[in-house]
Design a protein around this ligand. Sequence first.
Ligand SMILES: Cc1cc2nc3c(=O)[nH]c(=O)nc-3n(C[C@H](O)[C@H](O)[C@H](O)COP(=O)(O)O)c2cc1C
Length: 183
Amino acid sequence: MKIECDIKPNRLFAPQLVGLVSSMGKNGKPNVATLAWITSVSAEPPLISIALGRSRYTHECISHSREFVVNLPTMELLKEVQLAGSISGREGDKFEKCGLTPSASIALKTPCVKECAAHIECKVVDTKEAGDHTLFIGKVVATTCELEAVRDGVLDVSRIKPVLHLGGTFFTTAGEVVDARNI
Ligand SMILES: Cc1cc2nc3c(=O)[nH]c(=O)nc-3n(C[C@H](O)[C@H](O)[C@H](O)COP(=O)(O)O)c2cc1C
């Protein structure tokens, strides 16, 4: 039996892969924030959309610099993920507060988060207002990842434990890769 449920609709659309999104402030200093509303929106050209609340400092940074990096944290970084998603870079150096290290990107001025397993560098090609968030659509200009993060052209979640957000302070991860050709 199905019941009408008292849950925010976005929480049924879960778990969602969490990114630590790095950006560059007008002051030339980098910022990092936790985002779960991230999705691919085109394969060719490769485009990624991130949804940012208008109050976020990251919103201000990306509106100015027109670039961002989606960094993929693993479960070892869960504390840092929670912290980067709870405080604002407006109040000081969030990389330092979270104990994260900015490291040079390949194609952007915005640095990557060194501790993450993969990095997707994006240049903003479009924006769209959507309710209380803005969608920033970024063209992927470079991707880097740990050697062991990928097998058969997909993320090897048996070795790399991604952070998946359920809502609020609840998270999960993945551990099994299933090839549908074998079932
Ligand atoms: C797990 C998690 C996921 C989040 N996802 C988003 C998101 O997709 N979009 C968003 O605008 N804020 C999201 N937030 C909230 C921001 O990370 C938070 O407001 C942060 O303080 C913004 O930092 P900033 O002001 O330095 O940009 C998320 C927070 C957490 C903990």
